[in-house]
Ligand binder design. Structure first.
Ligand code: TMP
Ligand code: MG
Length: 217
């Protein structure tokens, strides 16, 4: 039986280095001759993505629940693309996914379970890497503060909820429907972080025998 592609998600606070690390990870796959595709959420170019982009740049205002559902709908728009890629043996790397959806909206005070509901039965990643950085260190990086959620206090709450999500996944045996969750110290040099990322991804990089799982337990 031929293997399906592996589904890798990279999560973290704003300015934690996700864009850099997902690009380096894609390059690693390419160097190893493994087909891989990098996706990013929010995917800002679709019609829903354009509404999200406008909201994040504070060009428009939306009810907290409405924007939450748009972020989720933006993932559903690409769910079948993800499934097809994985089925064709291509690895999928995602810069943010449903975990960001929960962490950012719940940090605004929306109920955790409500935040999780619209993402139920999306394709589940095989591995979620959480790039762990303090809100202070993130703030010190360039460009911070340009978009709506880039405020230290909010990022602190977001970080706490990411940790709760990670804990729940790990408590579920680490291989539950949320995939395996791994925290990585993202405060260091990008090459050091990249090596650690690859150490976790490499065992899955050449594909997976089992079926694709769904979010959530
Ligand atoms: P980005 O900086 O990775 O482009 O993400 C834009 C912002 O959107 C970031 O502050 C995280 C936030 N976000 C949500 O609030 N919900 C979501 O579902 C996603 C994917 C991102
Ligand atoms: Mg950002």
């Amino acid at each position: 039986m031929s293997k399906r592609g592996s589904f890798i998600v990279v999560e973290g606070l704003d300015r934690s280095g996700k864009s850099t690390q997902t690009a380096l990870l894609l390059a690693r796959f390419e160097a190893a001759g493994i087909p891989a595709k990098l996706l990013k959420f929010p995917a800002r170019t679709t019609p829903i993505g354009q509404m999200i982009d406008s909201y994040l740049k504070s060009h428009s205002d939306l009810d907290d629940r409405a924007i939450h559902l748009l972020f989720s709908a933006n993932r559903w728009e690409l769910a079948s693309t993800i499934e097809h890629l994985l089925g064709a043996g291509t690895a999928v790397i995602c810069d943010r996914y449903a975990f960001s959806g929960i962490a950012f909206s719940a940090s605004k005070g929306l109920p955790y379970e409500w935040c999780r509901a619209p993402d139920v039965s999306l394709p589940a990643p095989d591995l979620a890497l959480f790039l762990d950085i303090t809100p202070e260190a993130a703030k010190a990086r360039g460009g911070y503060g340009e978009e709506r959620y880039e405020k230290e206090e909010m990022q602190r709450r977001v970080g706490e909820i990411f940790r709760r999500i990670g804990q729940e996944i790990s408590d579920g045996g680490g291989e539950g429907e949320g995939g395996k969750w791994v925290g990585i110290d993202a405060g260091g040099e990008k090459d050091v972080v990249a090596r650690e990322v690859w150490a976790f991804v490499e065992p899955l990089a050449r594909g997976i025998e089992g079926p694709l799982r769904r979010l959530w337990p």
